[in-house]
Design a protein around this ligand. Structure first.
Ligand SMILES: [Zn+2]
Ligand SMILES: [Zn+2]
Length: 95
C-alpha cells in the first residue's frame, strides 16, 4: 500500500493532496493563465508546476532540490481544486 496524503478542502471536503507551485495557485486568484506541467508520482499524487518553474528547473540541473523547490514554493492543495486549475489553464502532462 502506498501512502496517500489527504487534505481537508473547504469546498470539496477530505480529498487526496496535490502538490502545486505557488504560481499556479496565483492563477486561481489573479485570473491569469499559466501553463500547467504535471505528473503523478508513485503515490498517485499530482505534482504540478508552471512553465516559469519548468524553465528554472531546467536551467538548474533539472532536479528538484532545495533551490528549485524554494523557487517553486510547492503547496499542497486538494485534487479537485487542481482539476479546476487544470480546466482553466493550458496543460502539459509529462511522462
Ligand atoms: Zn511555478
Ligand atoms: Zn478542493
Amino acid at each position: 500500500m502506498s501512502f496517500q496524503q489527504l487534505v481537508e478542502c473547504a469546498t470539496h471536503g477530505q480529498t487526496r493532496a496535490s502538490y502545486v507551485c505557488h504560481h499556479l495557485l496565483q492563477s486561481g486568484q489573479d485570473g491569469s493563465m499559466r501553463p500547467v506541467n504535471w505528473v503523478r508520482d508513485e503515490d498517485e499524487h499530482v505534482n504540478a508546476w508552471c512553465d516559469e518553474c519548468e524553465e528554472y528547473l531546467q536551467s538548474h540541473g533539472a532536479e528538484w532540490n532545495d533551490k528549485t523547490e524554494a523557487f517553486a514554493k510547492i503547496r499542497m492543495i486538494c485534487e479537485n481544486c487542481f482539476e479546476t486549475l487544470k480546466a482553466t489553464n493550458p496543460t502539459k502532462e509529462l511522462t
